[in-house]
Design a protein around this ligand. Sequence first.
Ligand SMILES: Nc1ncnc2c1ncn2[C@@H]1O[C@H](COP(=O)(O)OP(=O)(O)O)[C@@H](O)[C@H]1O
Ligand SMILES: [Mg+2]
Length: 225
Amino acid sequence: MIRFDNVGMRYGDGPEVLHDVTFELESGGFAFLTGPSGAGKSTLLKLVYLAERPTRGLVHLLGHDIATTPRRRLPELRRRIGVVFQDFRLVDHLSAFDNVALPLRVAGAPETRIREEVTELLHWVGLGDHMDARPPALSGGQQQRIAIARAVIARPKLIVADEPTGNVDDKMAFRLMRLFEELNRHGTTVLVATHNDALVARFGHRRLRLEAGELMPERSARQSA
Ligand SMILES: Nc1ncnc2c1ncn2[C@@H]1O[C@H](COP(=O)(O)OP(=O)(O)O)[C@@H](O)[C@H]1O
Ligand SMILES: [Mg+2]
């Protein structure tokens, strides 16, 4: 699903912020990406959701070598990835409902199905009473839940989430992680960046740890238990 071979990344002519990152996340896998602020988590995710290209090394995604994939093919790949951005990136003039409906509308789903699925998911994330509200009228935590609902509504092959529980309480964070797990059980590959170690500890998934742009050697599940 995702393979990085000796990936290095710098912004412009600044210092390198990822060094020789090599890892593989198999189809149907679930991994947390952890590490302190500034370690490069968001940068690594941007390479995965094709917002950036590596300065060196190889990024393989959904069976494609990104460096040799024609630029015009990238949007099609990109649509198979559900992204939860750290800053949400909701459409402010659309209701919560219409924000979440967007990926289904892009995919040409019938309105009856859209109404049913969006309504159910918004209830599930606790926003059943706010479906008509626009994002600026909602709290950070509520906006975050809309962003998560939008990322998962069209059942993407791959979900990439950048600090998706940074604005909600522990109980909601746990609930949202269970949503990712539920999708993962149905075959979706999940990569979640977080510096919430308590949350990571509660779920027994693989951990990829970045420190100062370097991926730390992985411990086996037994060692980290
Ligand atoms: N758009 C950018 N331009 C220049 N430097 C950036 C940019 N985004 C991030 N960086 C730098 O890259 C490094 C890694 O940042 P980031 O990937 O955001 O880390 P994390 O998500 O782990 O906090 C930091 O030193 C940060 O300042
Ligand atoms: Mg970040």
